[in-house]
Design a protein around this ligand. Structure first.
Ligand code: TTP
Ligand code: MG
Length: 396
């Protein structure tokens, strides 16, 4: 079980201005373009909660804000100051876990799975985090605690300002299903209209649809949104280093239990991933196998190697090892994926013997890449490694 926190500072720019000038406390503060007595161009960056009562909001024309809130305290944007505070809160997040993903100036995901026990449990960690932010920056943050990113993000927004909402794993669907489908992270306006026209208004309406039906409506993205609606969100909190990963997945046209088909797909994926790593001149230490079984249960198994690699052979060997250890209990496979991450540069410690071997392999791979670039990807492939379209996803 994972524990993910989403933290979002309250009325960030405006709250900093109120903190730094006590005359602004309790007043409608509007940060953004110069209103020029109602004739100004540009927009509101943000405003204090006092100003929100008048209907002022981010992105609104500043002239409109001036009209509906003429007594507001209008202030220019002091980007430098806000980004300094942003750095400070990043440092506070880092006190609680190294797995921090800043997604904007005042917002971050924290994976506290491995660290919450140091702070007395997940909820206690959130309380401590909030008080630490208050203590160090004199600002308030709202926090959502859940087992997935999407649910944590929705949760942090529910009790703003100074909020703290925990959604336990067994309450995820009760929490998600009554919400409007536009709360689904990444679901665009167009998709919302398509869904609404089909009578799908809430996340629950979408979740209860048959996956096949949703795929017919939305195409490839259907599966992703259907999974999110069902509380399945595999996205990890990605630190800057982990963002650097190269991966590829293959969904079988039909769920399969045939080892040869699964193997062929994995060889193809390892080749693609290895090729892209070499093309971009990356090497990674962590190899991850993703496997989704019939019924949508998804698993990942990872192994971190002693040194970074981009070699097809090493990647494939590791993937096979992970696959062989994985017990799918006779269930068929719907999807497989291969990921190489944890890129590390200049850390390669090898014996002379291995270096020689690698140099040789490196030269070989460079030659293969050259041939492929010149003659196309089908020009060279490993024996048994090419996945023909006839084979792909078909039962033998
Ligand atoms: P938000 O977190 O969206 O807003 P907020 O922190 O001001 O208020 P809330 O309590 O609702 O979280 O954005 C963070 C900062 O980013 C915000 O203070 C100002 C800036 N911003 C813009 O400059 N333009 C925009 O359109 C938005 C949405 C934010
Ligand atoms: Mg905010």
């Amino acid at each position: 079980m994972r524990y993910v926190i989403h933290v979002d500072m309250d009325a960030f720019f405006a709250a900093i201005e109120q903190r730094d000038n006590s005359a602004l406390i309790g007043k409608p503060v509007i940060v953004g373009a110069d209103p020029k007595k109602g004739k100004g161009r540009g927009v509101v960056s943000t405003c204090s909660y006092e100003a929100r009562k008048f209907g002022v909001h981010s992105g609104q024309p500043i002239s409109t804000a001036y009209k509906i809130c003429p007594k507001g305290m209008f202030l220019p944007v002091d980007s430098e100051k806000y980004s300094q505070v942003s750095d400070e809160i990043y440092e506070i997040f880092y006190e609680f876990t190294p797995k921090v993903e800043m997604i904007s100036v005042d917002e971050a995901f924290l994976d506290i799975t491995g660290s919450h026990h140091l702070f007395g449990g997940p909820l206690e960690t959130c309380k401590l985090l909030k008080s630490r932010i208050k203590e160090k920056t004199k600002l308030t943050a709202s926090v959502g605690l859940a087992t997935t990113k999407m649910v944590a993000k929705i949760a942090s927004d529910i009790d703003k300002p100074d909020g703290l909402i925990e959604v336990k794993q067994d309450k995820v669907l009760d929490f998600l299903w009554p919400l409007d489908i536009d709360k689904i992270w990444g679901l665009g306006k167009k998709s919302k209209v398509i869904f609404n026209n089909l009578g799908i208004k809430t996340i629950g309406d979408l979740a209860k649809k048959d996956l096949k039906e949703v795929e017919e409506i939305l195409g490839k993205n259907g599966e992703y949104f259907w999974a999110l609606a069902n509380g399945i969100d595999e996205r990890e909190v990605e630190t800057e280093e982990e963002t650097k990963s190269i991966s590829n997945e293959h969904t079988f046209a039909e769920d399969t239990g045939d080892k040869r088909i699964i193997d062929a797909a994995l060889i193809g994926l390892c080749e693609k991933v290895s090729g892209r790593l070499r093309q971009e001149d990356f090497k990674g230490k962590t190899i991850t196998l993703k496997i989704r079984l019939e019924g949508f249960l998804t698993y990942t198994r990872a192994k971190t190697l002693g040194k970074p690699t981009n070699f097809m052979d090493t990647i494939y060997k590791t993937i096979k090892e992970l696959l062989n250890k994985f017990n799918r209990k006779g269930k068929k496979v719907r999807l497989v994926g291969v990921k190489v991450s944890n890129f590390t540069l200049g850390e390669v410690q090898t014996t002379l013997f291995e270096e020689k071997g690698e140099e040789k392999q490196e030269r070989m791979h460079q030659a293969i890449d050259k041939i492929k670039n010149k003659f196309g990807r089908g020009a060279i492939f490993r024996a048994g490694g090419k996945l023909t379209s006839g084979q792909r996803g078909k039962k033998p």
